[in-house]
Design a protein around this ligand. Structure first.
Ligand SMILES: Cc1cc2nc3c(=O)[nH]c(=O)nc-3n(C[C@H](O)[C@H](O)[C@H](O)COP(=O)(O)OP(=O)(O)OC[C@H]3O[C@@H](n4cnc5c(N)ncnc54)[C@H](O)[C@@H]3O)c2cc1C
Ligand SMILES: NC(=O)c1ccc[n+]([C@@H]2O[C@H](COP(=O)([O-])OP(=O)(O)OC[C@H]3O[C@@H](n4cnc5c(N)ncnc54)[C@H](O)[C@@H]3O)[C@@H](O)[C@H]2O)c1
Length: 479
């Protein structure tokens, strides 16, 4: 058995792991990056980048379809599925190539291929012949799509998002299970590219939205365009020729059976923490089996083990993986003298159209608290620039604290939400009040004027007396 000694062992060479490795190296430590799969990161290979490439093609098709609304008639639309998928894959390969170049430039002794698992809190085993003795370890193992075994039994046409980016042509029909972020992004993109798509949503939820009015606006806008079946569950699926026979049951108990070329399962991703030998790491785990950790230091308990990125399921998006990896790597290098790192205002964007953005503290979190909060709103139906562009759908709701007037968060579905979301996240992180936000410049005619309307509405709400705080629950025995 060979043993490698290092200061920081990083398990997983995705965005979080690469970031942790760089932070540990920058601190002057000997770091070892261990990867079981192909290098290139989930983001570049099967995540952010190929999904946005598919969406870009769908947006082009949608613009052509929408052109007659402006009096511009481009003629019949023809979508070349092979060309669409060829561009998705070749541009994806280019992005992956940049990551591979970076990995190739690392010193050979700093990386090792293989599956790592703990055999002690400070010791990892890779395969049968190698052990790593590390002063500190960063778990950056990412997450994997989850297909229930009963569904997977219906054959290879029951797929996760990973498989979509290997297609060489567009299929005729796809059932998407789940109206979360992946379901909406890929479902709408495929729909716009001429694929018959049905989205099966077991609740009324859509992506990361929790505000009931914003959710209703999103359901209206997205439901007008595509077939989303709310409060419908999968009753079963079976292999049928080259495709899948899908049985669904709606909220009234009515069953429906249909044939699709593919069933795309987008019901969430599972952190890759099982099979890591965590029982040998001496860590306290939560009910999902994820090590408990401090979100400011990324440290698991008081141990020399840190966890970053999708592996901890806190906020499974790329910017968080990069930030968390940096904090985890820096603290692993300086262990036991750990320090809180920079955690930014939470920001999440779903790239469907209209886009969805959530910023800071969301409606559910604020509603669960005791303190009342003020709400301002704008609908985009009559918003000037949105109407000019024929993108006048959706709603923005902004939240603030009574008394201080501090901006707390927002939920939005509407045009340019990716940019408005950033503006709001910057204002939130800067700790601005609604009055300070209204002092900022707004040009004309821009979608941001809609944001100003919502903030003015919020400023008026803040003038009113706040509703009383929620009563403290009566905890007397027997209640
Ligand atoms: C379809 C899709 C679209 C997305 N779009 C966006 C988007 O637009 N914007 C956004 O911000 N986020 C998006 N995300 C999320 C984003 O891709 C992830 O949050 C991010 O890539 C997670 O990075 P990570 O480093 O935690 O994990 P990964 O990049 O998955 O890295 C984990 C690595 O650990 C390795 N590993 C696992 N177990 C072991 C082990 N025992 N030993 C050694 N190695 C191991 C894995 O092989 C993997 O390479 C998307 C995700 C998907 C699936
Ligand atoms: N733009 C982005 O930032 C982006 C894009 C894609 C993915 N991601 C990340 O990837 C993660 C995973 O995405 P996801 O869409 O798989 O998960 P998700 O958690 O966003 O959505 C899963 C959805 O599936 C539903 N669901 C679960 N079980 C179901 C069932 N049996 N039948 C029908 N519906 C069911 C859930 O109610 C939920 O709405 C996200 O949390 C997100 O952080 C981010």
């Amino acid at each position: 058995m060979e043993t490698i000694q290092c200061d920081v062992a990083v398990i997983g060479a995705g965005t979080a792991g690469l970031s942790a490795y760089r932070a540990a190296r920058n601190a002057g430590k000997r770091a070892l990056l261990i990867e079981v799969g192909p290098h290139g990161t989930t983001c570049a290979r099967v995540g952010c980048m190929p999904s946005k490439l598919l969406i870009a093609a769908a947006e082009a098709a949608h613009a052509v379809r929408e052109a007659p609304g402006f009096g511009v008639n481009p003629g019949p639309l023809a979508i070349d599925g092979q060309a669409v998928m060829a561009r998705v894959r070749s541009e994806r390969d280019r992005f992956v190539g940049f990551v591979l170049e970076n990995v190739a430039a690392m010193p050979a002794q700093d990386k090792h291929d293989g599956r790592a698992r703990f055999i002690a809190p400070d010791r990892l085993r890779i395969g049968a012949k190698l052990e790593v003795a590390a002063r500190a370890v960063v778990i950056a193992t990412g997450s994997s799509p989850d297909i229930p075994s009963a569904w997977a039994a219906a054959g290879p046409r029951v797929i996760s998002s990973d498989a979509v980016f290997e297609w060489t042509d567009l299929p005729r029909s796809v059932a998407v299970i789940g109206a979360g972020v992946i379901g909406l992004e890929l479902g709408q993109a495929l729909h716009r590219l001429g694929v018959r798509v049905a989205v099966v949503a077991r609740s009324n939820g859509l992506a990361q939205l929790k505000d009931p009015l914003v959710l209703a606006a999103a359901a209206q806008a997205l439901g007008e365009e595509m077939d989303i079946r709310f409060r419908t569950e999968v009753a079963g699926m079976a292999r049928a020729g080259e495709g899948v026979e899908l049985r669904t049951r709606d909220a009234h108990g009515a069953e429906r059976s249909e044939h699709f070329d593919y069933v795309l399962v987008a019901t969430g991703r599972t952190p890759n923490v099982h099979g890591l030998g965590l029982d040998h790491a001496g860590l306290a785990l939560d009910r999902r089996g994820i090590p408990q950790f401090d979100r400011h230091t990324m440290q698991c308990g008081a141990s020399s083990i840190f966890i970053a990125g999708d592996a901890n399921a806190e906020l499974p998006v790329l910017p968080e993986a990069a930030d968390q990896g940096k904090i985890a790597g820096a603290n692993a290098a300086r262990y036991p003298d750990v320090k809180p790192g920079l955690r930014r205002t939470p920001l999440a964007i779903t790239f469907c159209e209209p886009q969805i953005a959530t910023v800071g503290r969301g409606y559910k979190e604020l509603s669960n608290g005791r303190e009342p909060f003020a709400i301002g709103a704008v609908g985009f139906d009559d918003q000037g620039r949105s109407r000019v562009m024929r993108q006048n759908k959706g709603m923005l709701r902004v939240y603030a604290e009574y008394g201080s007037g501090r901006f707390l968060g927002a939920e939005m579905v509407g045009p340019r939400a990716e940019h408005i979301g950033h503006l709001l996240a910057w204002a939130h992180q800067a700790g601005l009040t609604v009055a300070q936000m209204l002092d900022m410049p707004f040009y004309h005619p821009v979608v941001e004027e809609g944001l100003r309307t919502a903030l003015r509405d919020l400023a008026q709400e803040l003038q009113k007396p706040p509703p009383p705080p929620k009563p403290v629950p009566d905890c007397t025995p027997g209640c």
